[in-house]
Write a protein that binds this ligand. Structure first.
Ligand code: IPE
Ligand code: IPE
Ligand code: MG
Length: 254
């Protein structure tokens, strides 16, 4: 069972440092049971708690969860407002527990579109956990990968405008330093639940060399065992980053 697997995983040095999850399938999970879609989002919160617990126990450095995309505003107004309410309630309810567990919480995305009340709640939650040294938990809300790359480029363009840097200083490293995940280790593994094989505008820049795992499981059914199985598979992947297999095992000569 997963306890045994978890113990084995704790001993390997091949775990990802940074995992991202597209938590998809809440609506279908609820609809299949004849319930309102929002019941799926509520059920999904329990799985968020479970994923955070596993990541903390395995001493994964960073976990980034896709909670609400920049495109999700297009959903029916009642679903959007229920999602906002749920976000607010969960933040209020969970922040002390996250803090006790040494988790550092950050919300990434364009927060300006959220209500002032929600923005204040986010700022307080981030502030409360900012000194924690355990898992870095990032919740992507009103996040879009294209927005992230764009806002990084705008920040750099402003520096050029002010004469602080020149256009030639806009390197990949510079863009990297201005994207939302600049403070995190590189993304190693991206998981999507819910059966669809697409990235839906999540971490586009960051996923360039991430391993991708698509699961058929709907998010409210995605349990600790499945996450541990995916991590065990990840530990066996040869990550070549453009090199050959031989180069990875034989040190390069000077
Ligand atoms: C993901 O589940 C959660 C959000 C996008 C907020 P969905 O709500 O997309 O669930 P499905 O894909 O319709 O089943
Ligand atoms: C992606 O799921 C966004 C989140 C999980 C928050 P969607 O359900 O919005 O993605 P699409 O619309 O199927 O691509
Ligand atoms: Mg979906």
């Amino acid at each position: 069972m997963s306890d045994q697997l978890k113990t084995q995983l704790m001993l390997t040095d091949k775990l990802p440092h940074h995992i991202a999850i597209i938590m998809d399938g809440n609506g279908r999970w609820a609809q299949r049971q004849g319930k309102h879609r929002v019941m799926g989002h509520k059920a999904g919160v329990n799985r968020v708690r479970e994923a955070v617990k596993v990541a903390s126990e395995l001493k994964i450095q960073s976990l980034t969860l896709f909670a609400f995309s920049s495109e999700n505003w297009q959903r029916p107004a009642d679903e959007v407002s229920l999602l906002m309410e749920l976000f607010f309630t969960v933040l209020s309810r969970e922040v002390n527990k996250l803090n006790r567990n040494n988790v550092r919480l950050k919300i990434i995305g364009d927060l300006s579109r959220f209500s002032e009340k929600l923005q204040n709640k986010i700022a307080k939650a981030e502030d409360k956990t900012s000194k924690n040294t355990g898992l870095m938990l990032n919740v992507a809300a009103n996040y879009g990968g294209r927005w992230d790359i764009t806002q990084s480029c705008i920040a750099l363009a402003k520096k050029v405008e002010l004469g602080e840097i020149s256009a030639d200083d806009i390197t990949e490293d510079a863009i990297n330093e201005h994207i939302c995940t600049a403070h995190l280790p590189p993304l190693d593994l991206m998981i999507r639940t819910g059966g669809d094989c697409r990235i839906s505008n999540f971490l586009l820049w960051q996923s360039a060399y991430a391993e991708l795992h698509f699961s058929q499981t709907l998010w409210p059914d995605f349990d600790e065992q499945e996450l541990c199985n995916i991590l065990a598979d990840f530990a066996h992947i040869e990550r070549r980053f453009g090199c050959t297999s031989e180069q990875l095992t034989t040190p390069l000569k000077e």
